[in-house]
Structure formats: structure tokens, C-alpha cells
Design a protein around this ligand. Sequence first.
Ligand SMILES: [Zn+2]
Ligand SMILES: [Zn+2]
Length: 132
Amino acid sequence: MSKLEFSIVFLFISVIIWAILFFALFCAFIAFHRWMSGWVAGPAYRGLSRGVLDSLPVVSFAAEHARKFSECPICLTEYSAGEKLRVLPVCCHGFHARCVDVWLVSRASCPSCRRLVVAPAEGLALHKELPV
Ligand SMILES: [Zn+2]
Ligand SMILES: [Zn+2]
């Protein structure tokens, strides 16, 4: 192997090693960033437990609600009499219970206005009781 060939091979191997190192560093950075944002953002990035979810008020849709709620912002279907609506206590936004429950098990914020569904103190308690 000539000196030139050796340098080319050496350069090639170092480039590969650096590429792997940078990729590993990049992955570590992304993982760290996700972990940090989950930690700092707190309860909004965690879902509600079943107990908290069940404590949120549910109303059965009736004609008198039509003034305030017309269609579900999640599935864009108009409410019909007797359907279960979950009305979020902080912002009073209403959704089909079946639609919003799917959202709330992964996010503790309102899908319309992103306000926390529960008070921060409750949210923090909630944070602890959730399984990892
Ligand atoms: Zn819906
Ligand atoms: Zn809302």
C-alpha cells in the first residue's frame, strides 16, 4: 500500500467514525430535548388518569345546549339529543365525551384552546400518580 493510498483509507475511516459520532450526539441531543420539554412543560404533556377524567362533568345533549354547543370540534359532527358531551371545567369548551376522552388520556389540555383541563395543583398531583 502506497503512502497516498494509506492516507485515503485513513481519511475515509475517520470520516465514517466522525459521522457515527455526530449521529450519536444528535440522537442524544434529541432525546435530551424531548425529555427536557416534557419535564418543563409539565402536566399539559401528560394525560389525565381515568379517575380525573371521570370526574370531569358530562352532560347529555339536549335542545337547550344547542345555543352554546352546535358541533364537536374534534369529529365535526353536529350533536344530537342524548349524546354525551364532556364540558371542560376551566374553559367551558364542549366535545363528545368519546372524542375528547381519547385526547385527554394523552394530553391534559383542551384541544380547542390548550388551557389545562385541571388546576395546576391537581395537575401536579396527577403528574405523580401517572405510571411512567
Ligand atoms: Zn366528536
Ligand atoms: Zn378550551
